[in-house]
Design a protein around this ligand. Structure first.
Ligand code: C2E
Ligand code: CA
Ligand code: CA
Ligand code: CA
Length: 279
C-alpha cells in the first residue's frame, strides 16, 4: 500500500507486480536484442481489392528471445517506447527494411509500396525525416516505394508536429497512412487536416462485417468519407471471403489479412509476387 500524500491510497495487486517484473525483464533483454540478432522483419501482402494482386506489403517486427521465446510487438513496442530503446530499434527497422527493398528491387520483385510502422514517439520526435533522407540518399529510387504507418492517436497527440512531419515525408516522396483508424477518439475533422494518402480501417470493424449491420455502416461511411477527402482505404484483418466481398462492394481500395497471406519471410513475399506475374 502506498500513500501519495493526499487522500488517495493505491493498492498494488500481485498482478500489477507481475506485470512490472515482466516489463523490467523485457527492458533488460531488449537492450541486447539487436546486437544478438534476435529481431527480424516479416512482410504481410496487401492486395488491390479489384484485381486481387499483391501491390504493397507491411513490415512487421518479430522478436524471438532464447528463453522467453517469441514476444509480441504489441507487448514489447510499448516497453521499448518507455525505455527509450525505441530509438535504436526504429533505426534498425528503417535500415533493415530499406536494405530488403534494395534486394527486392535488384530481383525485380519490389512491391509498389512497403509500409513500415512508426511508433508515436518516434514520429513526433522530429528527426525522422532527416534520418530517412540519410538512409535513402544512396538509393533515391526507393523513395516512391516507401510508406509509413502512424497511428491515429500519435498524429492527433501533437497535430502541429504531425502536419509538419507528414508534409516533409510527402515532399520526399514517402507515402503515409493513418493506422488503426476508428480505434481512437479522434475524428475525420482531424484526419482532414493531415496530409496523408491512406486510411487503414482497424481490424475491430472488419471483424464484424458483413454480419453486423452497424459495422457495415461504419466501414461504408469510413470508406466514403476517406474517398471524399481524396484518401485511399486499406482494410486490415480480412480473414474470410465474405469480408472480402463486402469490402470490395463498398469500394475499399486495398485489403490485408490472413485471407490473402500471413506476415511472411521476404523470400516468400518475393515468391508470391513472382507467381502472380507468370501467365
Ligand atoms: P498493426 O500495425 O495494426 O499490425 C497489424 C497486426 O494485425 C499484426 O500483428 C498482424 O500480424 C495482424 N494481422 C494481420 N492480418 C490479420 C488477420 O487477418 N487476422 C488477425 N487476427 N490478425 C491479423 P502483429 O504483427 O502482432 O503486430 C501487432 C502490433 O504491433 C502492430 O499492429 C503494431 O502496432 C505493432 N508493431 C508491429 N511491428 C512494428 C514495428 O516494426 N514498429 C512499430 N512501431 N510497431 C510495430
Ligand atoms: Ca500497421
Ligand atoms: Ca493497423
Ligand atoms: Ca491494429
Amino acid at each position: 500500500v502506498q500513500h501519495d500524500g493526499g487522500n488517495a491510497v493505491c493498492f498494488y495487486t500481485p498482478e500489477m507486480a507481475a506485470a512490472a517484473t515482466r516489463r523490467m525483464m523485457l527492458t533488460m533483454h531488449l537492450n541486447h536484442a539487436i546486437e544478438r540478432n534476435e529481431m527480424h522483419l516479416v512482410y504481410q501482402p496487401i492486395v488491390d481489392g479489384k484485381t486481387g494482386r499483391v501491390v504493397s506489403a507491411e513490415a512487421l517486427l518479430r522478436w524471438t528471445h532464447d528463453t522467453l521465446g517469441p514476444v509480441s510487438p504489441a507487448e514489447f513496442i510499448p516497453v521499448a517506447e518507455e525505455s527509450g530503446l525505441i530509438v535504436p530499434l526504429t533505426d534498425w527497422i528503417l535500415s533493415t527494411a530499406i536494405g530488403q527493398m534494395m534486394r527486392w528491387n535488384a530481383e525485380g520483385v519490389l512491391p509498389d509500396r512497403v509500409f513500415l510502422n512508426i511508433s508515436g514517439q518516434q514520429f513526433l520526435r522530429g528527426n525522422l525525416t532527416a534520418r530517412l533522407g540519410e538512409l535513402l540518399s544512396g538509393c533515391p529510387e526507393l523513395r516512391p516505394h516507401l510508406g509509413l504507418e502512424i497511428t491515429e492517436q500519435a498524429a492527433v497527440r501533437d497535430l502541429k508536429v504531425a502536419i509538419k512531419t507528414l508534409g516533409e515525408l510527402s515532399a520526399l516522396g514517402i507515402q503515409t497512412a493513418i493506422d488503426d483508424f476508428g480505434s481512437g477518439y479522434s475524428s475525420l475533422s482531424y484526419v482532414q487536416q493531415l496530409p496523408v494518402a491512406k486510411l487503414k480501417i482497424d481490424r475491430a470493424f472488419v471483424i464484424d462485417v458483413p454480419t453486423n449491420p452497424k459495422s457495415n455502416a461504419l466501414v461504408r461511411a469510413a470508406v466514403g468519407m476517406a474517398h471524399g477527402l481524396g484518401l485511399a482505404t486499406v482494410a486490415e484483418g480480412v480473414e474470410t471471403e465474405e469480408q472480402r466481398k463486402f469490402l470490395v462492394s463498398v469500394g475499399c481500395d486495398l485489403l490485408q489479412g490472413y485471407f490473402f497471406g500471413r506476415p511472411m519471410t521476404p523470400e516468400a513475399l518475393a515468391e508470391m509476387i513472382r507467381q502472380q506475374r507468370t501467365p
